[in-house]
Design a protein around this ligand. Structure first.
Ligand code: FAD
Length: 564
């Protein structure tokens, strides 16, 4: 009788899930007992899964990049043999043998890993120190990536609701929190493990533990098993990022008070959720939790949402969410928060009728502060300002010649793409290149619904600095693409230097504004004039046309609108 063997994922050396990095056989291949079939890479080890019998590969259900867990079915082998236990070979992961290096990078977020990888590509010997097991920092583990994954889910939910009005009716939403969380974690896992693979390929040594400077050439790393390792280095790049700001005297230890990190776990969907802070992170989480079913209240201390952004761009977002959320309070402060058996009791100060209320959950999203306290920077002479930021020049050099700093730790804007670019600059400068970081053209995006994005000079800033500007504004109500998406509330505006007619800034509100803003960023970088932007042939019908149209409005050459 024909026998067959199912090859499944073995115990993963203490890890729950891991990605498949290699599949060494194809359907139809003949294999012998012990032949390697599949390689799985965990942070601790490379695990080779081998054939447990000889025969022909009949079926492969996995592919490279899949995240697998113990017991997952991988391959079926048709065989005439007796089936044995699956063979597994485990090779321990890289150990750091040599604790003398040219460059040590502290922190593996976008700033740190970009610096480490660029330095390694420039033939420097690099050790990357990270306190957590996963690489990628806040961005990959508790920031950009999980939030955008959940925002994608939120967008799908909101679009299916909107389809109702144009005749496409779906039955009501059935939420499976666990599946949503597992999917989001899978996205994170793919990226963080991808970083581990990229580090390995570049020979960047990873040391897991908490780093602290002992001197300007020595870093001490405390590992989770309480070992202390000292690294001697020529140069260091500090990229320890930031953490959420807490409000003194608020019961932060209560599980009903959370930060964005816990909110991104979507462990439960509270009935009434208060979000303290109407900035980008607070409003992105509001977008997610509203669509997942919470009644959302946002309380913002400043007199507008997303303080600092041009308010004509914020208005379409405000108009959309004021009907969807339970309440939006501006110029309002949460003055007390009390944990009781019946919920979280909140007292507001501001132009609010009902000054006391009770919520099931409270998200504190009032900003982030730099992680500079526990790294011994000041003790060894690295300058840290009174807000905890490390000051650098535009080559990312601190006040100490061999120490560099990048990312959230050096100040606003706290954005991943800024951190990554700064990281590359630091690595290049250390390698002898004349690189500089240009902080004038960093796009900002709120991935709300609609999205808001801006780059370069804003009207708000130009007014504060008394900078003269002129602008072209294109309302999306005149865009064929926006109308076909049923999203005509958007605006694209471009700002120009009145003398040179060169673009100096741009702002967009509307679906996919975050993807659209890069064209304006490039135009600013390249010093394009309004007529050059208008002359560029944009594909029709797309939202990208709105950038060209805004330039044409400014030039008064537009035909898709009638200007008085
Ligand atoms: P981090 O990513 O914070 O990484 C620092 C790393 O250093 C961490 O891994 C930390 O564990 C490690 N570390 C700290 N101290 C030590 C130590 N002593 N020893 C060893 N390791 C240490 N930005 C965007 O551009 N786009 C977005 O869409 C976006 N969305 C966000 C959503 C949320 C909810 C949040 C919270 C942030 C978001 N951000 C976004 C901001 C972005 O995540 C940060 O700007 C970015 O991660 C900063 O990168 P970094 O390398 O400076 O630091």
């Amino acid at each position: 009788m024909k026998k067959w063997s199912e090859i499944r994922v073995p115990e993963l050396n203490g890890v729950d899930e891991a990605p498949i990095t290699e599949i060494l056989v194809a359907v139809g291949d003949e294999v012998s007992v012990g032949d390697n079939l599949i390689t799985v890479e965990t942070e601790k080890a490379t695990i080779e899964i081998a054939a447990s019998c000889s025969g022909m590969v009949n079926k492969i259900t996995a592919k490279v990049g899949d995240i697998v867990a113990e017991g997952d079915f991988l391959i079926r082998i048709d065989s005439n043999d007796d089936v044995k236990q699956v063979n597994v070979k485990i090779t321990p992961g890289d150990q750091v043998e040599d604790l003398r290096t040219q460059i040590v990078v502290l922190g593996s977020g976008p700033g740190g890993y970009s610096a480490a990888f660029r330095a390694a590509d420039l033939r420097k010997k690099v050790i990357l120190v990270e306190r957590y097991n996963n690489l990628g920092g806040v961005c990959l583990n508790a920031g950009c990536i999980p939030s955008k994954s959940l925002l994608h889910a939120a967008k799908v939910i909101s679009e299916t609701k909107e389809m109702h009005d144009i005749g496409l009716k779906y039955s009501s939403l059935e939420m499976d929190n666990e599946a949503l969380r597992a999917w989001k974690n899978k996205v994170i896992y793919k990226l963080t493990n991808g970083l581990a693979t990229l580090a390995k390929k570049r020979n960047v040594k990873i040391l897991t533990g908490e780093g602290k400077f002992l001197s300007l050439h020595h870093l001490e790393v405390k590992t989770s098993d309480n070992k202390s390792i000292s690294i001697e280095f020529d140069q260091a790049i500090i990229a320890t990022g930031s953490e959420p700001v807490e409000i003194p005297d608020f019961p932060h230890e209560d599980p009903r008070v959370f930060t964005s990190t816990e909110a991104l776990e979507v462990n439960s969907i509270p009935n009434r959720l208060l979000i303290v802070g109407g900035g980008i992170i607070g409003l992105e989480m509001a977008t997610v939790y509203h669509e997942l079913g919470s009644k959302v209240t946002v309380a913002e201390f400043a007199d507008s949402l997303i303080p600092g952004a041009d308010q004509d761009l914020v208005k379409p977002l405000y108009q959309r969410i004021e009907n969807l959320y339970e309440n939006i309070f501006v110029s309002s402060k949460v003055v007390s928060l009390e944990a009781t058996l019946n919920g979280m009791f909140v007292t507001f100060d501001g132009p609010i009728v009902q000054k006391k209320d009770v919520f099931n959950q409270v998200l504190i999203a009032i900003g982030r502060e730099p992680n500079s306290k526990y790294i011994g920077a000041e003790q060894v002479g690295i300058k840290v300002d009174d807000k905890g930021f490390i000051t650098t020049d535009n080559q990312m050099r601190t006040n100490v010649a061999n120490i560099f700093a990048v990312g959230d730790i050096v100040g606003q804007p706290m954005l991943a793409h800024k951190a990554a670019h700064e990281g590359k600059v630091a690595a290049e400068v250390i390698a002898g290149m004349d690189s500089h970081f240009d902080s004038s053209i960093i796009p900002s995006v709120a991935y709300t619904n609609p999205e808001i994005a801006w780059v370069g000079m804003t009207e708000t800033r130009a007014k504060e600095l008394n900078i003269r500007y002129e602008k072209g504004t294109f309302p999306w109500a005149a865009s064929g693409r926006a109308l076909s998406l049923e999203r005509k509330e958007g605006i694209t505006k471009t700002l120009y230097d009145p003398e040179t007619k060169k673009i100096i800034g741009a702002g967009i509100v509307g679906v996919n504004a975050g993807d659209l803003i890069s064209e304006a960023a490039l135009a600013i970088k390249k010093g394009c004039t309004a007529s050059e932007i208008g002359e560029l042939v944009h594909p029709h019908p797309t939202l990208s046309e709105t950038i060209g149209f805004s330039a044409e409005v400014y030039e008064k050459t537009i035909v898709d609108m009638y200007l008085n």
